[in-house]
Write a protein that binds this ligand. Sequence first.
Ligand code: DC
Length: 230
Amino acid sequence: MNLRKIVIAIDGYSACGKSTTAKQVAKIMGYKYIDSGAMYRAVTYYFLEHYVSLTNPKDIENALDRIKITFHVNEDKETETFLNGLKIEKEIRKMRISDQVSQVSALKPVRIAMVNQQRKLGKDKGVVMDGRDIGTVVFPDAELKVFMTADMQVRAFRRQQELLDKDKMVDLLEVMENIHMRDQIDTTRAESPLRKADDAIEINTTHITIDEQVEEVVRQASSKIIQFMR
Ligand code: DC
């Protein structure tokens, strides 16, 4: 049986477990996983490496013309981010990128370029994409939209653990400050601010496990697919 493929958009605040959930949902459904935040992180990495001025539109346009972001699945079945052919997966997760990424992703030309690429990546459907504006701007017609939230302390603690697992020592307060600053910028920026789409289902992950989050999204996705069979 040829089941109809859908687009699953997962948006929400920083460190709510969006990407962990999205990755596992994609694996279960046999869908492609696209981490749109990694694309903004890759642009930020390029801007920092090449001293691109965030206040010089010409500089920004020139830099964007030179940026090619791709994703590859490695032997462990993990998706890794490449910038102009160079693997930058580890680099883009560092605090120096987290500290700048919201400023870079608030720039209109950056958003236009990334949204174009994201739409191309999702044009054949069968995709789970996580970010801040996937259900509102990138795929306003996505069949399933999820908006994830969680308490600040839980989010900061989970993000710190994630960094520790990658041997990156960061104190909890620093993580909390970074998450708070990014929430602030992401929700108040002029260009496609983070907000819940009217037709998104909300999942608060404070008191639930990753498995429960994943199960809920897969359940919702299956019910959408079944609706299309009727
Ligand atoms: O998901 P993340 O924390 O890796 O995202 C990094 C930043 O990129 C986030 O602070 C805001 C920005 N972002 C965005 O503006 N739009 C998206 N669709 C995804 C991320």
